[in-house]
Write a protein that binds this ligand. Sequence first.
Ligand code: FAD
Length: 478
Amino acid sequence: MPQSDPDSVAREALRLIGPDPQNWVPEREAIDHNVVVVGGGQSGSAFAFALRRAGIGKVSVIDAAADGAKAGVWLTSARMHKLRTPKTLPGPELGLPGLGFQAWYEARHGAAAYDALDRIPRLDWAAYLDWYRRVTGVAVRYGTRLVRIEPADGHLRLHLERNGAAVIETTRKLVLATGFAGSGGASVPEVLQGLPKRFYAHTSEAIDFRSLRGRSVAVIGSAASAFDAAAVALEAGARDVHLFARRETLASLPVIRIRGYPGAYDNYGALPDAVRWQQAIRFRQAGSTPPPDAISRAVSFPNFHLHLGAPWTSARLQGVRPVAVTIHGEFSFDFAVAGTGYAVSLGAQNELGDFADEILLWRDRFAPPADERDETLAGYPYLGSGHEYLERVPGRAPYLKDIHVFNPAAFVSFGLPVGDVPSFKRDIPAVVARISRDLFLADLASHEARINGTIAEDFAPELYASAIWRPPQHAAAE
Ligand SMILES: Cc1cc2nc3c(=O)[nH]c(=O)nc-3n(C[C@H](O)[C@H](O)[C@H](O)COP(=O)(O)OP(=O)(O)OC[C@H]3O[C@@H](n4cnc5c(N)ncnc54)[C@H](O)[C@@H]3O)c2cc1C
């Protein structure tokens, strides 16, 4: 039974913070946008709202997906029943409880129903985000893909594909809220790439699991997405599913969880490079483990088989069927799903092609001790405190400071999977503050004129003239 109207809860939250400030950013000739946000998922939507509340107008959000249901991961490649993050973490509401998931859920289902949730159901989260966009008035231009960023004189020329047509728009600032696949794309193991594509897919793709009914499915990887894919294949009636993990155990090593206390969470970006690097190494060594319910969901099927310590060494076609080779033997299968995560490789990202070589990476800035070398992490961008790209050679690519990265490529610099809910509270306000500062200082002369301008009188001096104190002798002389 609905308890109240979530819209009225949101309207009240917005009423209490007053109207949006007016756009204070001066117009510039031939500039279409002050900020373009690439990606209309949860991050891009929250950015649009936060920028508006900072009085920054002419913000446009674009998304390559055809519509909201195809954007982001929640109704596409995410196949779990519940979010992995705790339900109480602050998210896109950015400090306004009336815009948060809890307010939305309680208004629809009641406080007791919210209390009874252990974690947020995925479909509810997707519905909440839709509602969030609607009540905050965040408009996303779907069907609009960024294909190239061209540096220009004091701004960026964005080459877009809008429903198949090429368009150029200009912006002063760019936020890349492009999600997991936005800094190098899906990571597909080389052993799979030798097989014809019809025999495999990455978990980020749309997979027709119904077509796997009665088939033998191999899943590579042991993180949550791999287990989710295995479970969905089994639920769709796969004959059997074999999941191949490199690791000998699914239990993770202990890592410092920076979300654990505010000091570490808030100040992570200020840690010395050596400490941030060490944390990133520890995180990678521990690996990403699936939540217990994702494991139980697959393990509940007797035709689910887990191969630990069993990386594929090769794969080949034998007759019409593919065969995987591991140290434990050979396994033939009908279809393989790679739950092998995402790469961070800026050179592979078309839109960065004009200047990928100019971006400062961790390998350019930090030389780790021999026992802490990691080529994967070394390829992550070394970001500035506003999540902006920095120059590899100072002075050669000054426009990089206008591109702010809000996707998992920010992990080594900021210690969290950026774009995931835990990153919102700390990082969205920080990036918006930097954008605001840069835009303000870039037009300093105009702002000086504006803040030094004549202040209009609110009332005439007659309003208080009769009460002005005059010493008695002065009054007598009068
Ligand atoms: C299976 C799975 C489970 C997850 N579970 C959780 C969880 O429990 N909790 C959590 O916090 N996070 C989770 N995540 C991480 C999740 O991806 C993020 O939290 C969330 O989706 C990030 O939102 P986002 O808006 O940053 O990116 P996304 O939701 O990925 O949205 C990015 C958008 O950018 C668009 N885009 C990309 N490139 C371009 C371009 N060149 N031009 C135009 N548009 C472009 C895409 O179309 C997409 O819509 C999970 C991820 C996966 C894959």
